[in-house]
Design a protein around this ligand. Structure first.
Ligand code: FAD
Ligand code: SF4
Length: 560
């Protein structure tokens, strides 16, 4: 596939990021378009490896070598067809996916991987420019109706598949706009919401109906929903944030990331209200062709209720949600930002226990980290003289091995400082971690390193803070929304909604898809689950199904 000698002729290239000084003044996407020639050249690097391990890396089973080849041959319409054969929303994954396909690419064994995700985004974007992405309404209707609860990527992919299969699908969403974390979690500078809106327009034109501002379990109970529908898909996400139960957590100025990010996304949309996008009003039940978009705050339009402007910000949590908080705080004009990670500084490349083709935990510099580095003086403290948490390299604003002990109060009950220490593993735990690493290196089996840590004695210090953002991940779906109880769902041992091999959970005809069943994961898994759950629902309704099912609930990512 691609050009036979392409991988020897062309180096791996990525789209350019807009200059930091420019992009921090707006909320537009960081990356410039890849361009037709660059896309073809990168597609040409795909080397006809015979067994494309990228397929195993991608939960959707995207036909990567096929569309690389088609792009290289300038056949954009067919590339678009093959891309959409496995992925409902490739312009989302092409922008947001961490690309486990690339770390599984055969070329990456001894050379930089094929630039898969950017080729994916470029094909999808070109398809929209060419007017090739059109509604695909069903040829005939089944007479069956399905309710999908939750409008994140899992719910949307599931709804689109089922609508196209001829079922009457209604998506219920408790927030005032459709999109789940694509709408209110991921910031505009990583996914401009116009991409989401045009997909929703496509789905409406195909016949999917949306009801925003309806919390199933309270506004609308299960019995009523079951009367209206032949099957129900619970795609309510893993929305319960992990807490940090340390002294001072109750102080003003300490927020969960999912209080902060939705407020910023709402400001971009012209709203003023903070919070997690929960609409307090009842929905009319009509599909007006747009989201309810009701702003209940009475505040100043276009300004978020929680803003980092002029403040010293500390982000607790070293993951992608923390990086989104960082990029958002920089755009809001924070005085300084530090991001704390309890884990040690990762290796720059694959560590020995994380061989190809697994997805390695290596040191990555996101666009937000690059922005923070380039803003001289933004890093909040000089860490070098202190044997505790470890500063990130080259002026990075991340601080590794950082253990948060608590918060100190200032005037008016507001946070004044964060109390911090270095992190260490206890002797037994370290031995356990080393043993687990050795076992994995020998067997290649996936497993978890014991993750109990404690503060390093004698390394305590205080770091000034006006705003603290907690980005510690999510514990699972909300067990108290009424959905679990009313649909007869149970929690599994990980705290997620339990389901069988066919995505069924709770009562007959109830299915669970996405983060609600898998736990907090990735967009690409949500899409794969949504597609697979749609196939299961279709089979339940019709006795058989031709819809694809790329994953089962038991499938796991290729990790060490
Ligand atoms: C800040 C942030 C950034 C991320 N960035 C990335 C990234 O770059 N790449 C990536 O691959 N993944 C990323 N993720 C993860 C990814 O967004 C999720 O894995 C994905 O959105 C899960 O999809 P979902 O449809 O299962 O759930 P969600 O997107 O969480 O959607 C669930 C929806 O259900 C609604 N809901 C819940 N209860 C009810 C109810 N009772 N009635 C009606 N509606 C209800 C919720 O309001 C929500 O809109 C990120 C996550 C976060 C938090
Ligand atoms: S969805 Fe993600 S894993 Fe799949 S091909 Fe695209 S970038 Fe790779």
């Amino acid at each position: 596939m691609g050009k036979t000698t392409g991988f020897m002729e062309f180096p791996r290239r990525l789209p350019r990021r807009r200059p930091v000084s420019v992009r921090l003044r707006d909320w537009r996407e960081v990356y410039e378009p890849f361009g037709e020639e660059a896309t073809k050249e990168q597609g040409a690097r795909c080397m006809d490896c015979g067994i494309p391990f990228c397929h195993d890396g991608c939960p959707l089973g995207n036909l990567i070598p096929e569309w690389n080849d088609l792009v290289y041959r300038d056949d954009w319409p067919d590339a678009m067809e093959r891309l959409h054969a496995t992925n409902n929303f490739p312009e989302f994954t092409g922008r947001l996916c961490p690309a486990p396909c690339e770390t599984a690419c055969v070329l990456s064994i001894n050379q930089p991987a094929v630039t898969i995700k950017n080729v994916e985004a470029a094909i999808a974007d070109q398809a929209w420019v060419d007017g090739a992405v059109r509604p695909r309404p069903p040829r005939r209707l089944s007479g069956k109706s399905v309710a999908v609860i939750g409008s994140g990527p899992a719910g949307l992919a599931c709804a689109q598949q089922l609508t196209r299969a001829g079922h009457l699908v209604t998506v219920y969403e408790r927030a005032d706009r459709i999109g789940g974390l694509l709408r209110y979690g991921i910031p505009e500078f990583r996914l401009e919401k116009r991409h989401l809106d045009r997909r929703l327009a496509q789905m409406r034109a195909e016949g999917t109906r949306f009801r925003a501002g309806v919390a199933v379990g309270t506004d609308l109970d299960a019995a009523e929903l079951r009367r209206r529908s032949d099957a129900v898909v619970v795609a309510t996400g893993a929305t319960v944030p992990r807490e940090l139960p340390v002294p001072g957590r109750e102080l003003a100025g300490i927020h969960q990331a999912m209080e902060y990010l939705p407020a910023a996304n709402r400001a971009c949309a012209g709203d003023s209200v903070g919070g997690a996008g929960r609409n307090t009003g009842r929905n009319t039940g009509r599909d007006t062709g747009r989201d309810t978009g009701r702003d209940t705050s009475g505040g100043e339009v276009g300004r978020p209720v929680v803003s980092a402007e002029g403040l010293r910000v500390i982000i607790v949590g070293g993951g992608d949600t923390g990086a989104d908080c960082l990029g958002t705080a920089l755009r809001q004009g924070a005085a300084s930002v530090i991001q704390l990670d309890i884990n040690p500084l990762p290796a720059p490349d694959r560590a020995p226990g994380q061989p190809w083709p697994v997805y390695p935990r290596s040191f990555r510099v996101s666009s937000a980290h690059q922005e923070a580095r380039e803003l001289a003086g933004l890093a909040g403290a000089d860490w070098d003289d202190w044997l505790g948490p470890e500063p990130g390299p080259d002026g990075d604003v991340r601080v590794f091995s950082a253990f948060t002990l608590g918060f100190a109060a200032g005037p008016g009950g507001r946070v004044r400082a964060l109390r911090l220490a270095g992190t260490e593993l206890t002797r037994t735990e370290r031995a356990g971690a080393e043993r687990a690493g050795a076992e994995r290196a020998g067997t290649g089996l996936a497993g978890g390193v014991p993750r109990q840590r404690r503060p390093r004695p004698g390394s305590e210090r205080e770091v000034p803070a006006d705003l603290v953002l907690l980005a510690l991940g999510f514990t699972g779906p909300d067990p108290d929304s009424g959905v679990m109880e009313q649909f007869g769902l149970r929690l599994d041992e990980h705290g997620n909604f339990d389901r069988d091999d066919g995505f069924c959970g709770g009562q007959d005809g109830v299915f669970v898809a996405g983060d609600a069943g898998r736990g907090a994961s990735l967009l690409v898994w949500a899409l794969a689950e949504g597609r697979a759950a749609a196939a299961a629902v279709d089979r339940y309704l019709m006795g058989s199904s031709a819809l694809p099912a790329p994953v089962t609930p038991a499938d796991h990512p290729l990790t060490a």
